[in-house]
Design a protein around this ligand. Structure first.
Ligand code: SF4
Length: 334
């Protein structure tokens, strides 16, 4: 049974990929208020959703808490910030998603509020509310147009791709929200769907102020789901196929950061080095089985401890295995 951990408001919201805010040194901040997902995609790199076998915990962050940290971090970045609500699940599961968009939009440093979703929870009212709240763009993943294949890829019997397509149409026809269709290319299962999805994006008029498509490569992840029919393309093969599709469809598919206005920007730097030994306090369960959530002694960074489920309240020494993009991962050290 996966437990829900409400992130206490005295915990920092930087340091983990699971919840809070990720700053990779550009003008984009990834905002992660929850880890829940309604789907169980067979290729999911984070083993999310009801069929998850590895997850131990789902995290939920209070709106005021995530807003305090978002306001703090956008000030460090300065003007022209893109707040990208992406999560390791689906952002539409966040109960206060509309308020979150609205409050982020009010921050003067924020130029764009975008969201990544598979769209299973979209309906006309949610879309209208998100538009009113000031959402600039939805990156909508549609991985197949064939309804049976789409269900299979989503790992969810009641996933209805035709309903998601209807919502995509609603977005372009009735709102000012920009739409980017972002399929995951799960080679070879949906190879034949890519050209059809490109046709759909064109037909819908996706990409008013951004590219219409952002095809994503399905990648092998240590804790991702595995299905034996999935073959992982090399990056060379992926780009070769994208180039072929570009020529065949006359659509730009190979994207650069600058296509989204992404540029380097000031960042909050973690004052630690890889392999450094530090002391931390365990504050809760880890996201996956065999992990724990901890906080540094100065209470400014959260740390994921891998390889140990430790009791809350314990103080332990750890060795940092990763200090990159403000994400801290550690293992127990003597
Ligand atoms: S790929 Fe996205 S929508 Fe699908 S299960 Fe994973 S997090 Fe959820």
């Amino acid at each position: 049974m996966v437990e829900c951990f409400k992130v206490p408001d005295n915990l920092p919201l930087v340091g983990t990929v699971y919840f809070g805010i990720i700053d990779r040194g550009t003008n984009v901040l990834q905002i992660r208020p929850t880890t829940f997902c309604p789907l169980s995609c067979i290729f999911c790199s984070t083993d999310a959703g009801p069929n998850s076998k590895r997850r131990r915990t789902e995290y939920l962050v209070e709106l005021d808490h995530i807003m305090d940290w978002t306001s703090y971090l956008v000030k460090i970045k300065g003007e022209g910030v893109e707040a990208h609500i992406d999560t390791v699940g689906d952002p539409l599961t966040y109960p206060k998603i509309v308020d979150l968009v609205h409050q982020i939009r009010e921050l003067e440093e924020v130029a764009t509020v975008s969201m990544q979703t598979h769209g299973h929870l979209l309906n006309e009212k949610v879309i209208d509310d998100l538009e009113q709240a000031g959402l600039s763009r939805i990156n909508l993943s549609i991985d197949a147009l064939d309804p049976q294949l789409a269900k299979r890829l989503a790992g969810t019997e009641n996933y209805n791709v035709n309903r998601v397509i209807e919502m995509a149409k609603y977005i372009t026809e009735n709102t000012s929200i920009d739409l980017l269709i972002a399929p995951v290319w799960v080679h070879p299962l949906n190879d034949l769907e890519m050209e059809k999805i490109i046709g759909l994006a064109k037909e819908l008029g996706a990409g008013r102020n951004c590219p219409p498509l952002g095809i994503q490569k399905c990648e092998r992840h240590k804790f991702g789901r595995r299905v034996k029919e999935i073959k992982f393309m090399t990056w060379y093969e992926f780009y070769r196929r994208l180039r072929e599709l570009e020529l065949r469809t006359g659509t730009k598919l190979i994207l650069k950061a600058s296509d989204f206005g992404i540029r380097p920007a000031t960042t909050l730097r973690a004052p630690y080095q890889k392999w450094e030994k530090i002391s931390v306090n365990v504050v809760g369960p880890g996201w996956f089985k065999g992990e724990s959530l901890a906080v540094t002694r100065d209470k400014r960074w959260v740390v994921t401890i891998v390889g140990a489920e430790l009791p809350e309240g314990s103080e332990v020494n750890v060795r940092l295995l990763r200090v990159k993009d403000n994400i801290l991962v550690a293992t127990i050290s003597n």
